[in-house]
Design a protein around this ligand. Structure first.
Ligand code: WTA
Length: 700
C-alpha cells in the first residue's frame, strides 16, 4: 500500500497541509482495493495515503477553517505586491436577502480584496528569474515533427513585447481585448500580455462563426482584436482572419475595434494580399520588433477582472462570465498541483482548446502559475493517425494527460492497436473533463493508456467555477469509474432536493448539485448583467451556488454527476443552450417554429436534434435538401460544433393549450420511449404527437 507522507525521504519543505512539496511523483502501486470496483492510488503523492488522509485534510479547509486555509495557500503559492488584510467578503445570499427589490450589487463576493498582484508576473516572471531555460510551453504543432519548446525566458520576452504593442494601441487597465486565435503557443503570450497590463481578455473559441465573434466583440466593447492569418487543424487550414474580418464588418456602426493584431501562423499570401487592412491591421511579428523588450507588470488588485469568457446558459444570449485575478489564479494553481499530483520536472498536457475554460485554466494559468511545463496541442487525436496523442506523449515524456470522454470514446472505438506500441511509461495521471465519462471509456483509458498504473481523475467543474471542484486526488482517493468522487479542498458540495431545496442527507441520495460557500475561483458576475448572475446561480437555491447539474451521492459519499437539469446541451464537452440553436434556426427565412433537444449519443455524449415547422408560404424542393440547409444555417450562425445531428421537418409541434412547446414529449419520442409518454391531457392537439412519432420512426 502507499507510503505515508511522513515516511518520505526528507522533503525540502511542507505546505500548510503538511504535505511534502518536493517528493517525486510515482505511478500506481499494485495495492489491493478497498471497495469493489475501485482502483488503487499511487505511492508518494501530494495527498495520501487514503481517503482518511483526504478527509482529515479537507476538514481543515472548509467551514470555520476555510478563510484561514485559503489565505495561507494564497500567501504560500502566489507572489503579491501588496499583502491582503481581508480574506473574503460576501457569501451566497439567503432567501431573505434575495427578496425582490434588494439591489444585487450589495452582495458581492470578493477574495483577498485589498491585495495586489499581477497574474502574468506569477505565471512567467518569477519562474523566468529562477530558471529562464526551463520549458514553459511544449508546442506540438498540427504537423507531426513541427514542435517547439518555449522557455520561460522566451515567453517573458514575447509577453513583454506584446504587452508593449497593446499599450501602444491605447489599451489601458480595465479595458477588454478580444482574442480569436488558434491553438498556437503565441496565444499564451496574448492572454498573459493582457494580464500584464491589467487588461481583461475575452477569448473566443476559433471554431466560432463570424456572427458569434461579432456578438462577443460588441458585448464587451473591445478596441483591440488579436487574431491570426489562418489556423491549422488536422492538416487543413482554417480561414481565421477572413472570419474575423467578416465579424468586424457585421458589427457595423457598433464596431468598437480600432486595431487588429495579426499573428502570421501560416504565412498565408492570400490573407496578406487580400485580407489585410493597413492602418487597422498590424502584423504581430512586425509590431513586436518595434517595441521595447521589457514591460513592467502593472499592479493589479486581486478583484480586478482577469478575463471574460462567454458560455451558454438556458436562454439564447451567451453569458460573459467574469473571473478576477487573485482568487482565480489560486484555484487554477492549486488544482493543477493536487488534482494532477504535479511535481517539479513534470510535463503537464491538457488537450483542450484555449478558447474554452479548460484551456484557460489547465493549459495557461494553472500550470504556468505553478511553474510547470505545459503543452499546446494544435492538432486532433486522429491526425495523421489515431496514434497522434500517444506519439506526442512518448516524444515529449508527458507526465499528466488531461482529455475528454468524447476523445477517449473515439480512440477506444478505433482500437487499442493505436496505443499499444508507444512508450507511455512517463504518464502518471490521466484526467477527464467536460461530460460524464461512461465506465467502459474510463476502464479503457485506465487499462490501455494508463496500463493500470496511472491514477484516473474524472474532474467536474464549469466555466463559472473557474477550476475543478469535484475530483479524485491521486494518492488519496480510490476511484470508481464514472464517479467524479469527492469535493476538492475548500469546497463543500451539497446534493439538494430539487423541489424543496433541502439537503439530501445520508447515503444513496439524488438531487441537484450545489456548493455551500464561495471559493476563490468562483465567477464574480456576468459582464454587464449582475442580476442575471444572481438569478442563474444564486436565486434558485438560496444560500447555495447552483451548478445546473443533477447528481447522486453514494454509500461512500462519492458524487456521480448526472448531467444538466436545465436547457443546456453538452456535445463532446461543448456547451450550448437549446435556445441558442433555436434562435439560429429561426433566422432562416422559412422557419416558423422550432424545438431543439439534446439526445443521448454514444460517441459525443449528447447530440443536437431539432424539430422545425416551416412557414406555410415557404416552398422547398425536398426535405433532405432543406434539412441540409438548416444544418448549414446553425454552422454559420454559431459554429460547426453546434450543427444538429438530425432535423425533423414537421407540420406542427406538441403544445399546451397556452401554446408552450412540450419538449419532454419530443425527448421521449427520440429516445425511443414513444409508447411511454404518460398523461397527454395537457397536449392541445394529441394527434400531432402521432405524426411526430411516425416521422421519427421513419428516420431511424
Ligand atoms: C459538464 C467545462 C460530468 C457539466 C469544464 C457542467 C461534467 C458543464 C464534468 C460545464 C464531469 C464538466 N462529469 N459532467 N467530470 N465536467 N461537466 O462550462 O454538465 O464548458 O455543468 O466547463 O460540463 O461545462 P463548461
Amino acid at each position: 500500500m502507499a507510503t505515508t507522507a511522513s515516511k518520505l525521504p526528507s522533503p525540502a519543505r511542507h505546505d500548510s497541509l503538511g504535505i511534502p512539496m518536493h517528493a517525486p511523483g510515482s505511478r500506481l502501486s499494485k495495492a489491493t482495493n478497498k471497495y469493489k470496483d475501485t482502483h488503487p492510488v499511487p505511492e508518494k503523492p501530494h495527498v495520501g495515503p487514503d481517503i482518511e488522509a483526504y478527509k482529515s485534510a479537507h476538514s481543515k479547509t472548509v467551514g470555520p477553517h476555510s478563510d484561514a486555509w485559503w489565505a495561507q495557500q494564497a500567501r504560500e503559492n502566489l507572489s503579491w505586491t501588496r499583502d491582503f488584510t481581508t480574506v473574503r467578503t460576501g457569501g451566497f445570499p439567503t432567501a431573505e436577502e434575495l427578496k425582490e427589490g434588494q439591489d444585487p450589487s450589495t452582495l458581492p463576493i470578493t477574495w483577498f480584496p485589498d491585495g495586489n498582484l499581477n497574474a502574468c508576473y506569477n505565471c512567467v516572471d518569477r519562474h523566468a528569474f529562477q530558471n529562464p531555460d526551463k520549458t514553459a510551453i511544449i508546442y506540438e504543432a498540427d504537423e507531426p515533427g513541427e514542435h517547439k519548446y518555449i522557455s520561460y525566458g522566451m515567453l517573458l520576452n514575447e509577453v513583454c513585447r506584446v504587452a508593449n504593442v497593446l499599450k501602444g494601441m491605447g489599451v489601458k487597465k480595465g479595458d477588454t481585448v478580444t482574442i480569436y486565435l488558434p491553438m498556437t503557443w503565441q496565444a499564451a503570450a496574448a492572454f498573459l500580455a493582457c494580464a500584464r497590463i491589467g487588461a481583461i481578455h475575452s477569448a473566443v473559441f476559433a471554431g466560432f462563426s463570424s456572427e458569434s465573434l461579432r456578438d462577443r466583440i460588441i458585448d464587451c466593447g473591445s478596441t483591440v482584436l488579436i487574431t491570426a492569418d489562418e489556423g491549422r487543424r488536422g492538416g487543413r487550414s482554417v480561414a481565421t482572419k477572413v472570419i474575423a474580418d467578416q465579424a468586424l464588418k457585421e458589427c457595423g456602426d457598433a464596431n468598437p475595434v480600432k486595431h487588429v493584431l495579426v499573428l502570421s501562423r501560416t504565412g498565408s499570401k492570400t490573407v496578406a494580399e487580400q485580407h489585410f487592412t493597413p492602418g487597422r491591421d498590424v502584423w504581430w511579428h512586425e509590431a513586436i520588433a518595434d517595441v521595447p523588450a521589457y514591460c513592467p507588470p502593472a499592479e493589479v488588485n486581486s478583484e480586478d477582472g482577469l478575463f471574460i469568457l462567454y458560455t451558454s446558459g438556458s436562454t439564447g444570449k451567451p453569458k460573459g462570465i467574469l473571473h478576477t485575478t487573485g482568487g482565480y489564479l489560486l484555484g487554477a494553481l492549486l488544482t493543477v498541483k493536487y488534482v494532477f499530483d504535479v511535481h517539479p520536472g513534470d510535463k503537464f498536457a491538457c488537450m483542450a482548446d484555449i478558447g474554452w475554460i479548460t484551456g484557460h485554466t489547465y493549459i495557461i494559468y494553472g500550470p504556468l502559475a505553478l511553474g510547470t511545463t505545459t503543452t499546446f496541442f494544435e492538432s486532433t487525436p486522429v491526425y495523421p493517425s489515431p496514434s497522434r496523442y500517444w506519439e506526442t506523449v512518448s516524444k515529449h515524456g508527458l507526465t499528466q494527460f488531461y482529455s475528454s470522454p468524447t476523445a477517449v470514446r473515439l480512440l477506444r472505438k478505433l482500437g487499442h492497436q493505436h496505443v499499444q506500441d508507444h512508450d507511455l511509461s512517463s504518464l502518471r495521471v490521466l484526467g477527464s473533463v467536460g461530460e460524464p465519462i461512461n465506465p467502459e471509456a474510463w476502464n479503457w483509458y485506465s487499462e490501455h493508456v494508463g496500463k493500470g498504473e496511472c491514477a484516473v481523475v474524472d474532474t467536474f467543474w464549469q466555466t463559472e467555477t473557474g477550476s475543478i471542484v469535484v475530483t479524485p486526488l491521486p494518492g488519496a482517493i480510490e476511484t470508481k469509474p464514472g464517479s467524479a468522487t469527492v469535493p476538492f479542498f475548500g469546497i463543500e458540495t451539497q446534493v439538494l432536493d430539487s423541489m424543496t431545496g433541502k439537503p439530501q442527507e445520508g447515503e444513496n441520495v439524488e438531487g441537484v448539485l450545489c456548493i455551500k460557500n464561495p471559493w476563490p475561483s468562483i465567477a464574480r458576475t456576468i459582464w454587464g448583467d449582475h442580476k442575471r448572475y444572481i438569478d442563474t446561480y444564486l436565486r434558485p437555491y438560496p444560500g447555495y451556488y447552483f451548478t445546473g447539474d443533477g447528481a447522486a451521492r453514494d454509500e461512500h459519499g462519492y458524487i456521480w454527476i448526472k448531467g444538466r437539469v436545465d436547457d443546456v446541451i453538452n456535445v463532446s464537452g461543448h456547451r450550448m443552450s437549446t435556445a441558442e440553436v433555436e434562435s439560429a434556426l429561426l433566422l432562416h427565412n422559412g422557419v416558423a417554429e422550432t424545438a431543439v433537444i439534446g439526445t443521448p449519443d454514444e460517441m459525443t455524449g449528447q447530440a443536437v436534434n431539432a424539430f422545425v415547422t416551416m412557414k406555410p408560404e415557404f416552398t422547398y424542393d425536398s426535405e433532405p435538401a432543406l434539412a441540409k440547409e438548416l444544418v448549414l444555417q446553425v454552422r454559420k450562425i454559431i459554429g460547426p460544433f453546434a450543427a444538429p445531428k438530425k432535423i425533423f421537418i414537421v407540420g406542427d409541434l406538441p403544445k399546451t393549450r397556452s401554446g408552450k412547446i412540450i419538449r419532454r414529449i419530443l425527448r421521449k419520442i427520440v429516445a425511443g420511449e414513444g409508447d411511454q409518454l404518460g398523461d397527454l391531457s395537457t397536449v392541445a392537439e394529441p394527434e400531432v404527437v402521432e405524426v411526430i412519432k411516425k416521422k421519427v420512426a421513419e428516420s431511424a
